[in-house]
Design a binder for this molecule. Structure first.
Ligand SMILES: Nc1ncnc2c1ncn2[C@@H]1O[C@H](COP(=O)(O)OP(=O)(O)O)[C@@H](O)[C@H]1O
Ligand SMILES: Nc1ccn([C@@H]2O[C@H](COP(=O)(O)O)[C@@H](O)[C@H]2O)c(=O)n1
Length: 210
């Protein structure tokens, strides 16, 4: 396989990273077919916590780089670039650990990867060819996170606000926002910014023709 291009999409929790990545992916798959584009999520690389009790897992700081197995993600990106398939873990936000099953990701000409702390890690940054930062106001992110976490991740309003004050907001200022400096493209207005989606799609079409 010809050299892969890795496109990283970073930004705050609920800033629209997954929506942006999945919109680009789905629209291009509808147009070109899926075998030359792959999508990975940094969240899939949260450390396995099967050895901890549920109570212990609720105490983890999921917004700190130490919560992620970034070495495994970096090695998977390297494997994909080398033309090998990888077994991407699957993560469950309700149990706070990995599922038993993995997903096989095949090598692709373009690999999209999205996650909060991608641009904070030097080894990961070395793998990225194009970097995008979703610059959505934090109050907008919080409102979207509350709705999503209550509807999809089985959380109470109390647990969301406590986690937000203790971990999510501090990590945004300590790690996520400073990593914006590493972005090639800063996207405002979230995962539905059609011009930004179009720019990335145009770049990917160009890469697929090379
Ligand atoms: N521009 C937007 N307008 C309205 N809702 C949005 C927009 N961008 C994202 N959302 C919604 O906000 C929530 C969080 O978006 P998501 O893409 O999952 O964020 P992230 O992956 O950054 O955590 C989702 O329910 C998504 O549909
Ligand atoms: N068990 C977990 C694991 C992660 N989180 C939160 O998820 C956020 C990152 O995912 P996004 O889709 O929002 O980018 C991060 O801010 C963690 O706080 C969690 O709540 N529980």
């Amino acid at each position: 396989m010809a050299k892969s291009t890795i496109i990283a999409i970073a930004g705050a929790s609920a800033s629209g990273k997954s929506l942006f990545a999945s919109t680009v992916y789905q629209e291009l798959v509808a147009e070109l077919g899926g075998e030359r584009i792959a999508v990975l999520a940094e969240d899939a690389y949260y450390r396995d916590q099967a050895h901890l009790s549920f109570e212990q897992r609720t105490l983890t700081n999921y917004d700190h780089p130490a919560a992620f197995e970034h070495e495994l993600l970096a090695s998977h990106l390297q494997q994909l670039k080398a033309g090998n398939s990888v077994s991407m873990p699957q993560y469950c936000y309700k149990t706070h650990t990995r599922k038993a099953e993995t997903i096989t990701v095949h090598p692709a000409k373009v690999v999209l990867v999205e996650g909060i702390l991608l641009l904070t890690d030097d080894k990961l940054r070395q793998q990225f060819n194009i970097t995008v930062f979703m610059d959505t106001p934090l109050d907008v992110c919080l409102l979207r996170r509350i709705k999503r976490d209550m509807e999809d991740r089985g959380r109470s309003l109390g647990s969301i606000t406590e986690q937000y004050e203790n971990y999510v907001r501090p990590a945004f200022f300590e790690f996520i926002n400073p990593s914006k400096q590493y972005a090639d493209l800063v996207v405002t207005r979230g995962g539905k910014n059609e011009i930004a989606i179009d720019i990335i799609k145009t770049k990917i079409r160009q890469l697929l023709q090379e």
